[in-house]
Ligand binder design. Structure first.
Ligand SMILES: [Zn+2]
Length: 321
C-alpha cells in the first residue's frame, strides 16, 4: 500500500507531466474505479473532457488535479465555462490509490496495462495519464473544492469537499506541530493509534509510525496523555524526517504492485530501522527487534530503546513498599 512519501512522489510526477495539459478524451474501463462519483461514469467523462488540469494538490494520501476552463484558447468557438472566472477552479479530479493503485504517464502507443481502469488522453497528443489498479480499492471522482475552516484563503487553500476533514501531514508546509501535540496529549489513547488517526495528523501509515517511534525512542503503546510536549514534538519531527528521507529515495515500496508515476519502484525499504526487522539487532543498541500484533497488523520496536509502558496498576504493588 502506498504510504505518504510515495503519494508525494506521484504528486510531483503529476505536477511535472500533466499539469497545464488539456484533457481531450476520457475512458472509464471499470465502473468500480469511479464508484465514489455518484453521478456515474458518463458524468465523470463529461466533466473531465475538454478541461485543463491547472494544478495538483495533496492532502494525506489523497491527490487531486484542479480543473480549469474548458475553453481552448486556440478555439474561440468553444463556450466559456462560467465556473472559471480567473479565481481558480471550482472543481477537481480527486484520486486515491487505495491498496494497489498507480497513476502512470504512458505513451499513447503503449499497450493498455492489464488492470487499466481509467484513461485520460490529452489534446497535445502527448503521454496519457493512466489509472491502473489491480485490487480496485482506489478510485477517482470529480469533486467541488471548498475552503476548510481555518484553511488558507484563496484557491491554494482549497481542498475537495470529501477530504476537507483530513488533517495536514508532517511534510505539509502549513502543518501546525504545536496544535497537533496539544491535541495528542488531550486524547486518551495509545500513541501509535493516535499517529494513525487521519483526523489528527494525516499520512502516517504503519511503517512510518514504527520508524518515527523508534527514532523518538517511544513505544507505540505509550498512553498519549502521559506524553511530554517535548516527546510529542520529537515523534512528529521524526515522522517528518523519515518521510523526507523516503521521498529523497523515491518512496518505500512493500507492494510489488506499487510503482510511482513513471513506473519506477521505490527502494526506501533498504534503510528501514525497525519495520519488518524482527529478531535483527537494533541499529542503535544491538538488542533484537521485537514484533507484536497491532490492529490486525504488526508493530516493530526495540525493547531497550523503546521500553513498553508498564501496565497501569489499580492497587498498590504488594511487592514494593
Ligand atoms: Zn535499541
Amino acid at each position: 500500500m502506498p504510504e505518504l512519501p510515495e503519494v508525494e512522489v506521484v504528486r510531483r510526477g503529476l505536477a511535472e507531466h500533466v499539469v497545464g495539459r488539456r484533457v481531450s478524451a476520457v475512458e472509464v474501463l471499470h465502473p468500480r474505479a469511479v464508484r465514489r462519483h455518484l453521478a456515474g461514469p458518463v458524468d465523470v467523462i463529461g466533466r473531465l473532457t475538454g478541461r485543463t488540469l491547472t494544478a495538483v494538490g495533496r492532502r494525506g494520501k489523497y491527490l487531486w488535479l484542479e480543473l480549469g476552463s474548458d475553453t481552448d484558447p486556440a478555439d474561440p468557438t468553444e463556450p466559456r465555462d462560467p465556473a472559471d472566472s480567473g479565481e481558480g477552479s471550482a472543481d477537481a479530479l480527486l484520486a486515491h490509490l487505495g491498496m494497489s493503485g498507480q497513476l502512470l504517464v504512458s505513451d499513447p502507443a503503449a499497450p493498455p496495462q492489464k488492470h487499466l481502469r481509467v484513461l485520460l488522453s490529452f489534446a497535445d497528443g502527448g503521454p496519457q495519464l493512466r489509472f491502473v489498479d489491480q485490487r480496485t480499492f482506489g478510485g477517482m471522482s470529480v469533486e467541488t473544492l471548498v475552503s476548510p475552516a481555518g484553511g488558507t484563503a484563496g484557491a491554494a487553500g482549497r481542498v475537495p469537499e470529501p477530504i476537507a476533514h483530513i488533517a495536514r501531514d508532517p511534510m505539509d508546509p502549513d502543518f501546525d506541530a504545536d496544535a497537533v501535540v496539544s491535541a495528542l496529549r488531550s486524547r486518551h489513547t495509545e500513541l501509535k493509534r493516535a499517529l494513525l488517526d487521519q483526523s489528527l495528523v494525516s499520512g502516517i501509515g504503519n511503517i512510518y509510525a514504527d520508524e518515527a517511534l523508534w527514532r523518538a525512542r517511544l513505544h507505540g503503546r505509550r498512553p498519549t496523555n502521559t506524553l511530554t510536549r517535548k516527546a510529542g514534538h520529537a515523534v512528529l519531527a521524526s515522522a517528518a524526517e523519515v518521510m523526507a528521507e523516503a521521498l529523497d529515495q523515491g518512496g518505500t515500496s512493500f507492494d510489488a504492485l506499487y510503482v510511482n508515476v513513471n513506473g519506477n519502484s521505490g527502494y526506501f525499504e533498504r534503510s528501514l530501522n525497525v519495520y519488518g526487522q524482527e529478531d535483527r539487532p537494533c541499529r542503535r543498541c544491538g538488542t533484537a527487534i521485537r514484533r507484536e500484533p497491532f490492529m490486525n497488523r504488526s508493530s516493530y520496536f526495540c525493547p531497550r530503546c523503546q521500553p513498553p509502558p508498564r501496565p497501569a496498576r489499580t492497587a498498590r504493588d504488594p511487592d514494593r513498599s
